[in-house]
Design a protein around this ligand. Structure first.
Ligand code: SF4
Length: 599
């Protein structure tokens, strides 16, 4: 194959390839089989273990050979040197030439917010899609993210879910832990579960986090990820956390201006109009920054405007004059169903509606991975997050979602009477437990190691399944999965992030198949009593399980996206988001400041 490629010369992107894109949308496929393989260059690839032992060279994150300017250069040099043999020693020299010319660090653009919920994630996702549509390789990155909504990369790393959504916006195939090197999961009593490079690192208190972790492992992880992302991609769209002007932790804050400095990023300040005081928020944030960092703020975006942007004209001119920073545009309020990051903004989509399927989601303490339910927003369904047991009586489907602490959640269920309310609905409507919610459906919860509660403990569950949930040495799992819905043999995919395991005597819900073809039972189901429990997150992404549950209510009316995989639904949403930003921003000014000026 390589011989043909050497002879054939430059061919460009192959948009019709059934396997593409292998790396990112818009990649160049001239060298589908890399003429330098295995180059052994650790700046580009790495050796990975093989399932049957030994190592193999992996190019999964090498984008250099998929950039059109690089492919054109190599093709012209191959022709010039009349290289036809893949074993030709001069090829290695060509790779070094290409690296020297083209492996220049990518450019970093950082989206910072005047407040939490300013619209940073949305803006970063929109910019990823806009830059990807221009044909560049681009990646999102949030150096530190506090989120109970995490997802798993296909390499088995755990990162914040919103960075995986932004990676879809950037249209990259294999995002890894470098999109979010530090993930924080709040536990209780001021303790945080810290993940570094996609793996559990430690449970740390706030003080120790800023005084010990950040100055050492924290900063190192951030610096290394920035270095790697800038080698791999032409653009890195970074997202800050909270506000960059938290002057109390300013020099330890690796989520904002310290990260911008490490990446030499130019920054955009996003302000949420609907909060009021937007001009003051913008100016106040900029004015609180030290001179060097203030210079990095090169544009302001006013986001989430209800009303007419022309009414802001005078104010914008005055702010631009005082702050010396241009306003790139005003984004109108959009009801774009992109995954929520934190449970504070969790509202569901409507009150109960007679025609729709009414889905009641029990709002457990420390609710986690509620993004599992996002595909249901595209069905004829009303989703209500509730802490009121009475709401279950009106429901057509009851969902017990994931939680960061199953024991605390079970205790809350008993104290609030939610446990009895669920038991009363047994057999009447489908009841689905996901991860912690599935554990709660067990007969017994037993934490022999004190993994959940820091002290060994056990308690009764709802007793809906003949199953026991254990927290012991072999109860943690982080992986992506594929398999079948056991009742219909339709395909499902998802991921597992669990710290407990459930030993069940019930019929499995899913049959998982591993890379080597091994099949394993997963979850519990009693279809006749409409009881379903699983550890699989993303279970509603493929239409199979969505349809199976909604049909069970007898009220199912297919919607526009009912047969559509959530990945494709998201793709449409992200294009719509990018369109709105492109039509609301001064794109010429954006290109001039953030793209052209830095060529
Ligand atoms: S890492 Fe890149 S240059 Fe090296 S062999 Fe793989 S694709 Fe080719």
């Amino acid at each position: 194959m390589v011989r043909n490629e050497l002879k054939r010369g430059w061919t460009g992107p192959n948009l019709k390839c059934p396997y593409g894109p292998c790396h990112y949308t818009g990649q160049d496929c001239t060298y589908c089989y890399c003429p330098f393989y295995p180059c052994g260059d650790e700046e580009l690839g790495k050796f990975i273990p093989m399932s049957k032992g030994g190592k193999i060279w992996s190019c999964v994150h090498c984008h250099l050979i998929h950039r059109t300017p690089v492919c054109k250069y190599i093709a012209s040099r191959v022709e010039e040197l009349k290289i036809t043999d893949p074993e030709d020693k001069r090829l290695r020299g060509l790779l070094d030439e290409a690296k020297e010319r083209f492996l220049v660090p990518g450019k970093a653009i950082m989206v910072v917010g005047a407040t939490s919920d300013a619209g940073k994630s949305l803006t970063a996702a929109a910019l990823c899609r806009i830059i990807s549509r221009k044909g560049y390789s681009v990646t999102p990155m949030k150096t530190q993210n506090m989120s109970l909504n995490s997802m798993v990369t296909d390499g088995g790393s755990e990162v914040a879910g919103i960075q995986m959504i932004q990676a879809k916006a950037a249209r990259i195939k294999h995002p890894d832990h470098n999109v979010n090197p530090i993930l924080l999961k709040p536990m209780k009593d001021g303790i945080t579960d810290v993940f570094v490079n996609g793996k559990h690192f430690e449970n740390i208190g706030v003080r120790e986090y800023y005084e010990k972790f950040i100055p050492s492992a924290g900063t190192e992880a951030v610096r290394e990820s920035i270095r790697i992302q800038k080698i791999r991609y032409e653009y890195v769209v970074m997202e800050g956390a909270g506000s960059p002007a938290e002057i109390n932790i300013y020099y330890q804050d690796v989520a904002n201006m310290r990260a911008a400095e490490m990446a030499d990023a130019l920054c955009i300040l996003v302000v949420n109009m609907s909060m009021g005081g937007a001009f003051a928020y913008a100016l106040g944030t900029i004015e609180l920054l030290p001179e060097n960092d203030k210079k990095r703020i090169r544009g302001i975006i006013f986001n989430n405007l209800y009303g007419n942007a022309s009414s802001l004209k005078k104010g914008i001119e005055e702010l631009e004059h005082i702050a010396g920073v241009p306003v790139l545009g005003v984004i109108p309020h959009m009801d774009i169903p992109l995954p929520k990051e934190d449970s504070l903004t969790l509202k569901g989509n409507a009150g109960s509606d007679r025609d729709n399927v009414n889905i009641a989601v029990i709002k457990l303490p420390k609710i986690a991975n509620f993004t599992d339910l996002d595909p249901l927003y595209h069905e004829n369904a009303s989703i209500v997050y509730t802490e009121d047991p009475n709401d279950l009586k009106k429901a057509d489907v009851i969902i017990i979602p994931g939680t960061k602490n199953t024991f605390d959640a079970m205790r809350w269920m008993s104290l609030s009477g939610m446990d009895e309310a669920v038991r009363e609905m047994r057999g009447k409507v489908p009841i689905i437990g996901i991860c912690g919610g599935y554990q709660i459906m067990s007969a017994m919860l037993s934490d022999t190691l004190g993994k959940e509660n820091r002290v060994p403990s056990s308690t009764e569950g709802l007793g809906l399944f003949d199953a026991v949930t254990l927290w012991d040495e072999n109860s943690s799992e982080v992986s992506v999965v594929n398999g079948l819905l056991s009742m219909t043999d339709e395909g499902i995919r998802g991921y597992e992030i669990r710290s407990g395991r459930t030993v069940t005597k019930e019929h499995p819900l899913f049959i998982l198949s591993s890379f080597t073809g091994e099949r394993t039972d997963e979850g519990s189901s009693r279809p006749d009593e409409k009881l379903f429990g699983t550890y699989i997150h993303g279970l509603f992404d493929t239409p199979a399980f969505r349809r199976y549950i909604l049909k069970m209510t007898g009220k199912y009316v297919p919607a526009k996206y009912s047969d559509t995989d959530y990945d494709d639904i998201l793709n449409d949403i992200l294009d719509e988001l990018a369109d709105t930003f492109e039509s609301s921003l001064n794109m010429e000014l954006f290109d001039k400041i953030f793209m052209e000026a830095r060529k």
